[in-house]
Design a protein around this ligand. Structure first.
Ligand SMILES: *Cc1c(COP(=O)(O)O)cnc(C)c1O
Length: 356
């Protein structure tokens, strides 16, 4: 469905930051997309306006009970100048699932993708040139009704903002050190772990802080019941390569259904690499490491695409993986996904969507 949104141009465009000074999530473009919801009109008044602060009633639901959700995707500049999105329909689909989980009225079908396309088209000069650079797109919805009772809000705002970003690994792909968190938990069965909502992330900050204090960059979450089965790494999905087979946690409600995760599984199947979505305990990971069969481990997500893990800390044990180097499969997946996203190779899956 093609929708036309009104556009109020920013008459005072900012100066664009130098490409080598880009820090994730710090700089924003000249415009943003806004749309409102109330019970009488439903979702209405989609518009592109100059980027700037929003006005919010201090009693707005989002400020008290965190009724807020988000998505994350990127726009890339192909060598031939085209502007490309990667599987934006999957973000829209996931946003619908997330919205329903926290009682936010879903956007009409096609609205999120169309809002993203029109906003990116207007600010496309902000897509930094050069390999690894992109425009990070952050759509989000939050409760605006001024009301302190605990129930779903009757008013919401849908916003899309854009932020130019550099390569996740500025100095080339570097394996990270990950800490296995066996005290704090991220998500429980029946909870909200599969939904991209603000409260999942604030609940995870403490564990992240603990990992940082121990010199690790992120945590590997274990299941909430037995503190035994591996789930995700920070804000990305986790993959283990054991004796040539790839294993990742199943989508059972406690992990985020990553679009990069889904794309990786597709590619591996295409390549004939055995891949399983199944439960894997941290003991099994440790034993595989002891046997010398933990070939590779990596995290997947929009920000880094593929982030190899070079070291895993669990209790008092340290597992060095692939001698701390980038594994062959991690590298191959990274190269293939980046090439697809940049329109450099054929796209038999129809994953790439051009912004015109
Ligand atoms: C966003 C996110 C991911 C990765 O999802 P992608 O669609 O691949 O970017 C994984 N885990 C969590 C907790 C996330 O928030």
């Amino acid at each position: 469905m093609k929708q036309s949104f009104s556009c109020f141009r920013n008459e005072c465009p900012k100066e664009k930051p130098p490409v080598d000074g880009l820090v994730f999530g710090e700089q924003f473009t000249d415009h943003m997309f806004l749309m409102d919801y109330d019970q009488e009109q439903g979702w209405h008044d989609g518009r592109i306006v100059p980027y700037g602060p929003l006005e919010l009633d201090p009693a707005a639901g989002v400020l008290h009970y965190s009724q807020t959700m988000f998505e994350g995707l990127k726009a890339y500049r192909a060598q031939d100048g085209r502007v490309l999105l990667f599987r934006p329909d999957k973000n829209e689909e996931r946003a619908r699932m997330t919205a329903l989980r926290i009682c936010i009225p879903p956007l009409p079908e096609g609205t999120m993708v169309e809002a993203v396309k029109q906003l990116v088209a207007i600010d496309q000069e902000w897509i930094p040139e050069g390999k690894g650079n992109s425009l990070y797109i952050r759509p989000f919805i939050f409760a605006t009704e001024p009301f302190l009772g605990v129930r779903d809000s009757k008013q919401y705002k849908f916003v899309v903002i854009l932020s130019p970003v550099g390569p996740y690994f500025a100095e080339g792909m570097a394996p990270t050190r990950i800490f296995v968190e066996d005290e704090y938990v991220r998500a429980a069965p029946g909870g909200t772990g599969h939904a991209k909502i603000g409260s999942n992330y604030v609940g995870a900050l403490k564990a992240q802080e603990k990992a940082h204090e121990k010199g690790y960059s992120q945590v590997l979450w274990l299941d909430s019941k037995e503190h035994r089965y591996v789930e995700e790494i920070g804000t990305s999905n986790a993959f283990f390569v054991i004796n040539g087979e790839v294993i990742t946690a199943p989508l059972g409600g406690t992990i985020l259904p990553g679009i990069t995760r889904d794309s990786v599984i597709h590619l591996l199947r295409e390549w004939g690499v055995p891949v399983h979505e199944k439960r894997l305990s941290i003991d099994q990971v440790y034993q595989a490491h002891q046997r010398g069969e933990l070939d590779e481990m990596f995290a997947t997500g929009t920000a880094a695409v593929i982030s190899p893990v070079g070291e895993l800390g669990w209790e008092d044990k340290v597992m060095r993986i692939n001698e701390g180097r980038v594994g062959a499969l991690s590298k191959r997946l990274y190269d293939e996904l980046c090439a697809l996203q940049l329109g450099e190779v054929a796209d038999p899956y129809n994953w790439v969507v051009e912004v015109k």
